[in-house]
Design a protein around this ligand. Structure first.
Ligand code: PEP
Ligand code: MN
Length: 268
């Protein structure tokens, strides 16, 4: 870990707390929830209303989707960002969205509060440098084939450009197991916390790909010391244009929030 200068605790920073419109990531448990993709104004508003009611701290939704096939739904782009902006105002929820291209970083900042770098782009160094130059926090997902040292070096790219606000997100890695979409590497949560002062959140939705596994893995993530969760929720998952099998219904999300809150309060 010798090149991890700014992301490491040896930099002198013991714990980074990232404030996003009053939500303090790294200080108390933060839950980011919303659909995989913004599909329509109606879909996002219905979902945002439900996650707000259940107690989510922030809203997620992709306007630019990194799909395996070029023929799959790619996201609504600018139209999606405008819908996110509307939900942000209406429900008073800070918004997280993924940026795929370094050319889009600056103008996307006008619509959202946190920029997400997806697993497939974790080592897109020109994109990392670009998000390092803006004044919005960055949610950096772990690449599906990445070691902790590679992940922390990517955080280092962002920090070294001047942006101190990086949230790390474990979202599962590829292993020989195929029953689950990925393998959630929960041991990385306390491991990163030994080395780095940055907050670490867990995404059990992309990690497992299965609705039935999301609540147990959310509870396990909290027990492992995660600073937050990123959960996919859709007002009608069966109609979702992407990641249908891993999006919770509003009722399932409400139940998850109740159990998560209870566990978290018992741990303090
Ligand atoms: C997402 O969160 O929308 C996403 C595409 O996740 P990942 O980059 O982890 O696959
Ligand atoms: Mn998704």
């Amino acid at each position: 870990m010798k090149d991890i200068k700014l992301a490491s605790k040896e930099s002198g920073t013991k714990r980074t707390i990232i404030e996003v419109n009053g939500v303090r990531i790294g200080e108390r448990l933060v839950v980011i929830a919303g659909p995989c993709a913004v599909e329509s104004e109606y879909q996002l508003m219905k979902t945002a209303e439900a996650v707000k009611k259940a107690g989510a701290d922030m809203l997620r939704g992709g306007a630019f989707k990194p799909r395996t096939s070029p023929y799959s739904f790619q996201g609504l782009g600018l139209k999606g960002l405008k819908i996110l902006e509307k939900a942000r105002k209406e429900f008073d929820l800070p918004v997280v969205t993924e940026v795929l291209d370094s050319r889009d970083v600056n103008w996307i900042c006008e619509y959202v509060d946190v920029l997400q770098i997806g697993a497939r782009n974790m080592q897109n160094f020109s994109l990392l440098k670009e998000v390092g130059k803006v004044n919005k926090p960055v949610l950096l997902k772990r690449g599906m084939y990445s070691k902790m040292s590679e992940w922390l070096n990517c955080a280092e790219y962002i920090l070294s450009e001047g942006n101190p606000n990086v949230i790390l997100c474990e979202r599962g890695i590829r292993t020989f197991e195929t029953y689950t979409r990925n393998t959630l590497d929960l041991s990385i949560v306390p491991a990163v916390k030994e080395i780095s002062h940055l907050p670490v959140i867990v995404d059990p939705s992309h990690a497992t790909g299965r609705v039935s596994l999301i609540k147990p893995m959310s509870l396990a993530a909290i027990a492992a010391g995660a600073d937050g969760l990123l959960i996919e929720v859709h007002y009608k998952p069966e109609e979702a244009l992407s990641d249908k099998d891993q999006q919770l219904t509003p009722d399932q999300f409400q139940e998850l929030m109740e159990e998560v809150r209870e566990l978290y309060s018992n741990m303090k």
